[in-house]
Design a binder for this molecule. Sequence first.
Ligand code: URA
Length: 237
Amino acid sequence: MRINKYLAQAGIASRRKAEDLIKSGKVKVNGKVITELATDIKPTDSVAVENNYVNVNNGFVYYKLNKPKGYISSASDEKGRKTVLELLRGVHTRVFPIGRLDYDTEGLLLLTNDGDLTNIITKPNSEIEKTYVATILGKISDDEIKKLCSGVDIGGYITKPCSAVKTEETETTTKLKITITEGKNRQVRKMLAAINKEIKFLKRVQIGEIHLGGLSRGEYAKLNSKEMKYINKIKSN
Ligand code: URA
């Protein structure tokens, strides 16, 4: 799509005014100023006007949240527990979480009103990596890590190969970074239980190329231009 049409569709300016913005060097595509009116924008391009990222997503919005423990990842709860939506105070578009984190799990949760993206990330064969930091009670041997990574039985289902590294060890606990490509219910907890490990703390830190980053507990942010570039890439695959 032509850049002026793209900017007009994003509500930045009329096509005519968009051309003025382009000619005056205020428009960047993928971080570079463009002044060529004939520039075509691809779905994977990121566009900024006066260094503000432009979102042409047909009304779609994309957020990341650092979910604290004690919140459920759905829009309502029959038991009256707090929902993650209560944390999105400044969001006035109806969004829903992409997949779930357990009530007791913290960390990265994506929220959107884009059903296609939700399907892409949550479909069983998505292959999109999700990385967790797990603190377990006691120690774990290299053989146990190998077993965990080669696939374990979590109640009649053998998990796909994954990766896991030990990042910290104390007298009583061990911290692991585990990356899986699946998203079965309580998968990481069940995988560790399958090798007789008890989880003390579980947090998701990454989904694909989107990182939890510096968000504090309960904080949320709109996805930035780099993250949107990744979203557009997986949507156009
Ligand atoms: N695996 C779990 O056990 N819990 C989560 O919340 C996510 C992945």
